[in-house]
Design a protein around this ligand. Structure first.
Ligand code: MLT
Length: 258
């Protein structure tokens, strides 16, 4: 099937080695603000809103991870960049792994935040598809209502995330739920990833068990794990200092220490 990219909205902040920060579901680029604030004198940060989120357009298609990776490839080409450090959070991490498989030569480094290489279990897949079906009738609040409490225990961040999620369009949530449900197991592709790769995981993540992050880091030939204390699924908001340090270390491993 033809993969037709859309023109993503993005912010472009700072100068130096390009770092593409990819948000997860169902959020937008603003989740990275504290990390960019801490690192903007170190590198160039490109922050897209993924297809269907924030200010980026959607089409009436399932958000397969491969299609979302194609959107990123089109953005990188539009910016005239040869290589990027790609950092993806959760669904953004699923996309980053799909991108690493499709376009290994575009990568100088990889950051995988609160994410996994595993596909959905049959039960998880089924529950996503039921949610997608019900969402048509019941709307955005039905899909996102219970999410903030699972993402973090920090009430101020829960409130921030709730507001962000309620701005979404139902159709985009449905497209992402279907895309995540059908995503393939990325484990067989990990051995081919030869660039420095940091796996960042909140020790209290209720969505992605810590053990999966540990295994992921072990399977990457130049991978290492950063466990973030006092964080759940949103370490970049819950403990930005730890994520800033980890991304700085990644940039340094790629060869640009400041
Ligand atoms: C995300 O944070 O992107 C999603 O919660 C990931 C998922 O549902 O698998």
């Amino acid at each position: 099937m033809e993969l037709k990219p859309v023109d993503l909205f993005y912010e472009d902040i700072g100068q130096g080695i390009p770092v593409l920060l990819v948000h997860g579901y169902p959020l937008d680029h603003t989740i990275w603000a504290p990390v960019v604030e801490g690192l903007k004198d170190t590198a160039r940060f490109i922050l897209p809103d993924m297809r269907g989120y924030g200010k980026s357009p959607d089409t009436n298609e399932v958000h397969s991870m491969r299609l979302l990776a194609e959107d990123l490839r089109a953005l990188i080409d539009k910016l005239g960049l040869e290589k990027v450090i790609l950092v993806g959070h959760s669904m953004g991490g699923y996309v980053a792994l799909s991108f690493a498989h499709a376009y290994p030569n575009y990568l100088s480094g990889l950051g995988l935040v609160a994410t996994q290489a595993d596909a959905d279990s049959p039960e998880k897949r089924q529950s996503r598809l039921v949610t997608a079906r019900e969402a048509k009738r019941r709307g955005v609040g039905y899909v996102t209502g219970g999410m903030p409490a699972k993402l973090t225990q920090n009430e101020a961040i829960q409130k921030q995330l709730n507001e962000l999620m309620l701005n979404n369009r139902t159709g985009s949530l449905i497209n992402s739920l279907k895309g995540m449900a059908e995503r393939p197991d990325a484990n067989p592709t990990l051995a081919a990833i030869k660039v420095p790769a940091v796996v960042i995981a909140g020790t209290q993540d209720q969505i992605i068990p810590l053990q999966l992050a540990r295994t992921l880091a072990q399977m990457l030939s130049k991978g290492w794990l950063v466990e973030v204390a006092d964080a759940g699924h949103m370490p970049m908001l819950e403990n930005p200092t730890a994520v800033i340090d980890a991304v700085k270390q990644l940039i340094c491993h790629v060869g640009e220490c400041k």
